[in-house]
Design a protein around this ligand. Structure first.
Ligand SMILES: [Fe+2]
Ligand SMILES: [Fe+2]
Length: 192
């Protein structure tokens, strides 16, 4: 499917606000790719468009979707089914949007939690999800947005600091890979 076909299909699936966020992530990811590796621009655009393609289900629908398609879930995903949209998104991107590129599917898979030692495309989509123009929930967002184009790994550390303090204060379930990824990127930035 080309990007126009993907956009057309997404408009029929996602609520208006989610679609606007999706477009913001797609173009922010494309801009980050222009900055770090222009050869990744088309993949960044597709991964950005598809990253939340499963974000239209209720918690119960996520759980039954995973049961039907034999998708294994972590403790955090069982406690916080909204997290499942990343894994469900991989299935839907591959089966309903004809996405065959493994690196694009992996960027969708890891966009919510991130993980230690992400590929550049994974880092780009993870970061774009937080800094796209319609987002407003991060403190110091103007600084974080600038940092994304200057030092992507340090920007990821800042995003994790915010995410971890939000999860701690809200009492939401924490996927342990979030802590592992934070430790990985903090060490990577401190060691250089
Ligand atoms: Fe998402
Ligand atoms: Fe998103």
């Amino acid at each position: 499917m080309n990007t126009d076909e993907i956009k057309k299909k997404l408009t029929g699936k996602l609520k208006h606000k989610r679609y606007e966020h999706t477009i913001g992530v797609a173009y922010t990811a494309a801009a980050l790719a222009m900055c770090y590796d222009p050869a990744l621009m088309d993949k960044a655009l597709r991964a950005g468009l598809l990253h939340d393609c499963a974000k239209y289900m209720t918690d119960d629908e996520y759980l039954s979707f995973c049961k039907i398609h034999d998708i294994k879930l972590s403790q955090a995903e069982l406690a916080e089914p909204g997290l499942i949209h990343a894994k469900a998104g991989v299935y839907i991107a591959a089966n309903e949007y004809e996405e065959t590129d493994t690196s694009v599917l992996e960027a969708i898979r890891w966009h919510t939690t991130g993980k230690p030692d992400m590929s550049l495309l994974e880092k780009i989509v993870f970061t774009a999800d937080y800094i796209e123009p319609a987002r407003d929930h991060l403190e110091n967002l103007p600084d974080i947005r600038r940092l994304a184009f200057e030092d992507l790994d340090m920007c990821i550390v800042k995003i994790y600091e915010h995410t971890l303090s939000y999860i701690n204060s809200s009492g939401k379930a924490l996927d342990e890979i979030t802590t592992e990824a934070y430790t990985f990127y903090r060490k990577k930035c401190c060691d250089r």
